[in-house]
Design a protein around this ligand. Sequence first.
Ligand code: KG4
Ligand code: ZN
Length: 336
Amino acid sequence: MKILSIESSCDETAAAIVEDGRKVLSSVIASQVEEHRLYGGVVPEIASRRHAESITGVVNEALSQAWLSLADIDAIAVTFAPGLIGALLVGVNFAKGLSLATGKPLIPVHHLRSHIAANYITHPELKPPFLCLVVSGGHSHIVMVEDYTRMRVIGATRDDAAGEAFDKAARTMGMPYPGGIELDRIAEEGDDSAYTLPRPTVAGSPYDFSFSGLKTAVINLIHNAQQKGESLCKEDLCASFRRAVVACLTENLFKAAEDLGVRTIVAAGGDSANRLLRRELEKGCKERGYSLYVPDLSLCGDNAAMVGSQAFYEFEKGNLAGSDLNAVATLPIDYQ
Ligand code: KG4
Ligand code: ZN
């Protein structure tokens, strides 16, 4: 089964063609990141406009790279939630139009479920159940993936997402958006014990996260140093901050795995590209004899191939939509 999938939840316009959930025939991404960088973050109005301008070309390119026409496609899939509402609407309306015009089924896909599905492409042998750490710019979750379309949220952030904390800390250190990537690169050169930063926990909820206090601590440290005219070592600060975020993520994840008796760990989302997170997951899983799966680096960020993968399993479950499908800005991963 060949699915044409569309993603426009944030600042990448993407389309892909994926066969039977696992084989990527084409994947095209038009990124707007350069334009949003001018403003230090994603400007929703600009994002929607750029999606509207790019989407036809991106979908046509995905078809032509796979040497296919619309007639060869069996279904249309689209990210419908969660994300920036105006951005999501562009993809949803385009997919609805394609579905109406061709009579092909329309498959709505949850963005975080698709991030998890990036692993089905990278690891053809991977099947649920497993415990997944979903870490992106907007979300930090520990999710028990019972089956392809059945999930249970075990823990979540109470405030900022890990990616958001990385990006804000990086911005305060003068790095361009999205700074999480550069912070990770610079941290490789630093001493992660040079600065003492808090590793917040949530009382009574051992699997939940809280990153806003940690983010504020590093921002205060920078501002205090600036006011006193003291210089900070950027490499050491990046390394100490990254160590604190990753320690919070891995501690809760391994605690949840132990308590639930799960021995297969998966990572997903933009921040699963983080070098230290990948190393610590590898180390922790090795020590405990767990299996670890992380997405290929090319599939960590937003793309449509992962949407096409998850769509295959949503289709198998009969999770289809009609022309009344709407975009939803906020929706839990276990919505059905
Ligand atoms: O999943 P994603 O592409 O978009 C959302 O769904 O939010 O995640 C984007 C986030 C950004 O915050 C970016 O800074 C972060 O992923 N990111 C990283 C790295 N690569 C991307 N954060 C830390 N280390 C990285 N290597
Ligand atoms: Zn994402």
